[in-house]
Design a protein around this ligand. Structure first.
Ligand code: SAH
Length: 346
C-alpha cells in the first residue's frame, strides 16, 4: 500500500532524535527507535516493545516502515538461494545468497531494471524502472544474513553489489546503504568484505575516490578494445575506455586499492590474440586482478562462451604479465540466479 506518510527509515538518527524532542519526548527515544529500525530490523511499530504504546501511536500517525517482502525463495542444487524481493510499491527485484565452504556471499540489486544496455545481460532488457532506496538495499542484505544463519548456520560474510542495476547510477542510495551495513547500528560489517561492481562510469568512479570509500571496486570490462566494447556494451560510446582508464588511475592514486576486472570470453567477440594482449595491457595501468566469469546464456545463442582453450590462453597471457587471474564458476544456474540472469522470470 502506498501512503503519503513518510518512510521513517529515510530519517537519520539525528533526524529521529530531533523528532522526539519536537514532540516533547526525550532525545534518547530516537536512538531506541533507530536501533529497532536497523539492527533489530523491525517491520512494524508494534514490535518496538520498549517504546510506550502512546508513542508508538504517534509514530504510526506520522510514518510508515516501507520494508521489503521476500516473496519467493528458490534453492539451487548447489546451495545458492534466489530471493524474489517485493518492494512496497509492488515492483520486484532479485537477490542471491551464494554459499561456499567458508563463506556466504550476498549478491544484491540496486535498481529495478537497469539503465545500461549490455547486450549479454538479462537485466538490461528490463529497462530502468526506478532506483532502490537505501533501506531496500539494506533489507536485501539483512534478509540474506537471516537465511545464511538459518540454512548454513553462520552469518553472512561478504556482499557483492552485482545484482540487478548499475550501482553507480544510484550512487547516493548505494553509499547510504553501505553506511548502514557497516555501521554498529546496522550489520557492523567491514567494508573490506563489500565489493561494488560497475560497468564503468568514469565520473562516478572518481567520485568514489573523492568520497574515500573503503569498499572494493570491480569493473565489468569484457573488452579492452574500444570498438569491441561498444558493440557489446553500447553505453561505452559515452563512457570510453580512455576515460575509464583515467578514472581508475585516479581511484588508485587516492585509495591505493587494486581493481578487479570482470571478464567473459565469447566466441568470435573477444577470443583473438589481440583481445588478450589488449587486456594484459589494460591491466598494467593500475594494480589489478582479473576474474574470468563463465557465460550464462540468456537467449537464442547470439553470445557463446569461448572454448576452454581460449580461456587458458587468457590465463597464460595474464600470468606471464604477473596479473592475478581467477576463474569464477557459475552458481545457481538451474534457478536463473547466476550473473546476468536476474530478470524476474516468475
Ligand atoms: N551493472 C554492474 C552490476 C551488475 S554485476 C556491472 O555491470 O558491474 C553483474 C555482472 O555479471 C557483471 O560483471 C556483468 O557484466 C556480468 N554479466 C552480465 N550478464 C552476464 C551473463 N549472461 N553471463 C555472465 N556474466 C554476466
Amino acid at each position: 500500500m502506498i501512503t503519503k506518510k513518510k518512510d521513517i527509515r529515510a530519517l537519520s538518527k539525528e533526524d529521529l532524535r530531533a523528532f522526539f524532542v519536537g514532540i516533547g519526548d526525550k532525545e534518547f527515544r530516537g536512538n531506541q527507535v533507530f536501533e529497532w529500525l536497523w539492527s533489530k530490523g523491525a517491520h512494524n511499530f508494534e514490535d518496538m516493545t520498549n517504546i510506550s504504546l502512546q508513542t508508538r501511536e504517534v509514530l504510526k500517525e506520522h510514518f510508515v516502515i516501507n520494508h521489503i517482502e521476500v516473496d519467493h525463495l528458490q534453492k539451487s542444487a548447489d546451495g545458492t538461494i534466489k530471493n524474489a524481493v517485493k518492494l512496497f510499491d509492488g515492483l520486484v527485484v532479485e537477490s542471491v545468497l551464494i554459499p561456499t565452504a567458508t563463506r556466504t556471499t550476498a549478491c544484491v540489486s540496486t535498481q529495478v531494471g537497469c539503465s545500461l544496455d549490455c547486450k549479454f545481460c538479462a537485466t538490461a532488457r528490463l529497462k530502468i524502472m526506478r532506483n532502490l532506496n537505501p533501506d531496500e538495499i539494506y533489507d536485501q542484505v539483512k534478509a540474506i544474513d537471516k537465511e545464511s544463519r538459518l540454512y548454513h548456520s553462520r552469518p553472512l560474510s561478504n556482499i557483492v553489489f552485482m545484482g540487478m542495476g548499475e550501482p553507480l547510477m544510484n550512487y547516493n542510495n548505494v553509499l547510504k546503504s553501505i553506511d548502514k551495513i557497516t555501521s554498529e547500528e546496522g550489520l557492523a560489517m567491514s567494508p573490506k568484505r563489500i565489493t561494488v561492481s560497475t560497468s564503468g562510469v568514469p565520473k562516478m568512479i572518481k567520485k568514489l575516490a573523492d568520497d574515500e570509500v573503503k569498499f572494493n571496486l570491480a569493473v565489468s570490462l569484457h573488452s579492452a578494445i574500444q570498438e569491441t566494447r561498444e558493440q557489446i556494451m553500447p553505453f561505452a560510446k559515452k563512457f570510453t575506455l580512455t576515460d575509464l582508464k583515467e578514472s581508475l588511475e585516479y581511484w588508485y592514486e587516492k585509495t591505493n586499492r587494486r581493481i578487479t576486472y570482470e571478464y567473459v570470453v565469447w566466441e568470435g567477440i573477444n577470443d583473438a590474440a589481440e583481445d588478450i594482449n589488449a587486456l594484459a595491457k589494460f591491466c598494467k595501468y593500475v594494480p589489478s586482478k582479473v576474474n574470468l566469469i563463465e557465460y550464462n546464456p540468456i537467449d537464442d545463442g547470439e553470445f557463446r562462451q569461448a572454448s576452454s582453450q581460449i580461456t587458458n590462453n587468457y590465463i597464460a597471457a595474464l600470468e606471464k604479465n604477473r596479473i592475478p587471474v581467477t576463474v569464477r564458476r557459475s552458481r545457481g544456474k538451474d534457478i536463473d540466479a547466476a550473473c546476468g540472469q536476474l530478470a524476474n522470470k516468475q
